[in-house]
Design a protein around this ligand. Structure first.
Ligand code: AMP
Ligand code: ZN
Length: 112
């Protein structure tokens, strides 16, 4: 997808700090971390937002949630963590390539 920041990160055209990668998924550190561990987990295929998940692309979402415990363990999140997805304007989404925030490393407050 042209002009998509996260597609460019996945392609290596924009630098990122990778924490995990496989055939379907890329994960990297958020540039503006909101917790000691703040990783963004994204599908390699471009899906704009949660609203665009459907029967043709949902397998990659299941795969992301298989990968979450592996990343959490590698990041030392033994006491729990939070997964956040922002969808659309009211959801506070700023980058329109579907991504899940993995946050942890401290006791998180009520706010993101
Ligand atoms: P959202 O507001 O849910 O769309 O999340 C977008 C996230 O992308 C924010 O937490 C940003 O800090 C993060 N972000 C934006 N640009 C970059 C970048 N170049 N590398 C890593 N994270 C980024
Ligand atoms: Zn994209």
């Amino acid at each position: 997808m042209e002009n998509c920041l996260f597609c460019k990160i996945i392609a290596g055209e924009i630098p990122s700090t990778k924490v995990y990668e496989d055939e379907y998924v890329y994960a990297f550190r958020d540039i503006n971390p909101q917790a000691p561990v703040h990783v963004l987990i994204v599908p390699k295929i471009h899906i704009s937002c949660a609203d665009d998940i459907n029967e043709t692309n949902s397998a990659v979402i299941a795969h992301i949630f298989e990968v979450v415990p592996k990343i959490a363990a590698a990041e030392g999140l033994t006491n729990g963590y939070r997964i956040v997805n922002c969808c659309g304007e009211d959801g506070g989404q700023t980058v329109y390539h579907l991504h899940f925030h993995l946050l942890g490393g401290k006791k998180l407050g009520e706010n993101f």
